[in-house]
Design a protein around this ligand. Structure first.
Ligand code: XMP
Length: 518
């Protein structure tokens, strides 16, 4: 993006924490971008970075072949911060000795700081303090010209710098980006402001102003179309576009019959205070249900829903007529060419996005959130005045309740699951439970079990309760909810949802399980 913001470029050597580094930098109001470690020097130069960060990664500098990376970047006289593998790589190319540690160091370690002049500036002189380690190799001897800045009991060189001949290279064996490193944010701020001289101008307000102008200049007097999904991303993208072009934007919300209770009614209301914001609800419930009849296979369900979505979408776009642009809520993690093992695409399944459509319909894409992380989108949503109810929404899969009904989808089963889901959401809403939950939902199992209600034997449905904590949906743990909360949810589900006589709690983590049951 063309702005006057200072930028830090992170070269990704495959660490699970690379995106976290980028987010921490942005929290300090400095713009950051991630490039694969194999990026060319020209690509890096084109971004005019004020500094570089080499991330951690699974490789070892003692491996026969090193991951490819633009070594010429070392001649650029840019400040560099090497973290974990990034540190070992700098040590290795500078003639230091890196070897396999006799004791690998994972988790908490106590850091003793030896030099507080720049990277550790303003850290308390009392110490040691906790840092988060995750490494098998360690620096045995300093490369020539380097100065040791800190140590831990296991790493004689836990931090070092090389400041001469125009170079300013800083290295950390530990991870300043993770919450367990107590002064991590301060260390990163020192790198950004003291060492790189960045200005803290990256705020969602300035981003918003700039993006709105850009959209306006691009769209001019053409028509723009947007399909709202009910989630925060498409809503924020749409409202930004609306701010830029007003009534030239038409939004539709396709009710596929697989939505949560009252969603088709409540969603348009959330936009009510934007004067003239057009959000039409398209009732396509029958067409989706008809096509799903008798289908039990989850991937088949997804394909049917995806295809039908595209049909309805196309019809609606044609109804608006003469559309040139399509707004999509694509986020930064979906566009980063990450080399991380799981990769960003592992977050989300192939779902009913409108992938091939823009080119088929000759639509140009407007993706105002391409540069942002989810937490930034939420801040932007608040900046735009969107209600908290929408901003704090849990992720909800595109194919909706269809993949939470195991086996064929029928309207009777949808009714049961919708009621159950509403109760789960109510009882586990933020503020009602203390824990911060990633998702809390009900799954309807394709079996019936015996129960007794009053004096009668029953033979009814089972609801599985899925409640997880997670930071990004890629890994997750089942939430250790208090028994009283579980008891309340179970009682309400059995007493209030006709057709349910048993509730079970899912105690599997991801991996090896997934969050959705499909
Ligand atoms: P799994 O089940 O793979 O889900 O552990 C990871 C996260 O992704 C969400 N999910 C989806 N989100 N469209 C979406 O927008 C989809 O088709 C889809 N499928 C799963 C899921 O709810 C969880 O948060």
């Amino acid at each position: 993006m063309e702005t006057s913001h200072d930028t830090i470029v992170i070269l990704d050597f495959g660490s699970q924490y690379t995106q976290l580094i980028a987010r921490r930098i942005r929290e300090a109001q400095v713009h950051s971008l991630i490039l694969p470690a194999s990026a060319s020097l020209a690509t890096i130069r084109a971004l005019h970075p004020k500094g570089l960060i080499f991330s951690g990664g699974p490789a070892s500098v003692m491996d026969e072949t090193l991951p490819s990376w633009p070594q010429e970047v070392l001649d650029e006289d840019l400040p560099i911060l090497g973290i974990c593998y990034g540190m070992q790589l700098l040590a290795h190319v500078s003639g230091g000795i890196v070897s396999a540690a006799t004791r690998r160091e994972f988790g908490r370690a106590e850091l003793t700081v030896l030099d507080r002049t720049d990277l550790f500036r303003d850290l308390p002189s009392s110490g040691p303090f906790p840092v988060w380690m995750s490494h098998g190799d360690r620096i045995e001897s300093l490369p020539p010209g380097f100065v040791c800045l800190a140590r831990t009991p296991n790493s004689p060189v836990a931090a070092m710098k090389y400041v001469q001949h125009g170079k300013r290279w800083y290295c950390l064996q530990f991870h300043p980006e993770v919450a367990h490193t107590t002064y991590g944010p301060q260390i990163l701020r020192n790198f950004l402001f003291t060492i790189c001289g960045c200005r803290p101008t990256w705020t969602m307000r300035s981003f918003l102003e700039h993006s709105v102008e850009q959209i306006r200049a691009r769209v001019q007097n053409k028509r723009v179309f947007c399909a709202l999904s009910g989630g925060v991303d498409s809503a924020v993208a749409a409202v930004m576009t609306y701010r830029a072009v007003g009534k030239q934007l038409t939004c539709v919300f396709i009710d596929n019959g697989l939505l949560r209770k009252d969603e088709a009614v409540s969603l348009p209301k959330l936009f009510a205070h934007y004067n003239g914001f057009e959000c039409r609800v398209v009732d396509a419930r029958d067409s989706f249900l008809r096509r799903l009849r008798g289908v039990a296979d989850p991937e088949k369900k997804r394909r049917i829903i995806g295809r039908q979505f595209i049909r309805v979408f196309e019809t609606e776009a044609q109804r608006v007529g003469d559309v040139t642009f399509l707004v999509q809520g694509t986020l930064y993690p979906d566009v980063i060419e990450s080399v991380s093992a799981a990769g960003p695409s592992a977050t989300i399944k192939t779902h009913h996005n409108v992938g091939g459509l823009p080119s088929r319909m000759k639509l140009q894409l407007i993706e105002p959130l391409r540069e942002l992380f989810k937490d930034e989108v939420r801040v932007l949503g608040r900046e735009l005045g969107l209600p908290e109810e929408l901003i704090a929404r849990q992720p909800f899969p595109g194919p909706g309740l269809a993949i939470r009904i195991l086996g064929p989808v029928t309207s009777e089963r949808l009714d049961i699951l919708r009621e159950a889901d509403a109760i789960v959401r109510e009882e586990l809403a933020p503020g009602v439970v203390d824990q911060e939950l990633w998702q809390a939902f009900a799954v309807l199992l394709p079996i019936r079990t015996v129960g007794v209600m009053g004096d009668r034997r029953t033979y009814e449905h089972v609801i599985a309760l899925r409640v997880v904590t997670s930071v990004d949906g890629m890994t997750a743990d089942w939430a250790k909810l208090p028994y009283e909360v579980l008891e309340r949810v179970s009682n309400r589900l059995i007493n209030e949802v006709a057709g349910v006589n048993r509730v079970v709690y899912d105690i599997s983590s991801k991996p090896p399980s997934t969050i959705e049951w499909e």
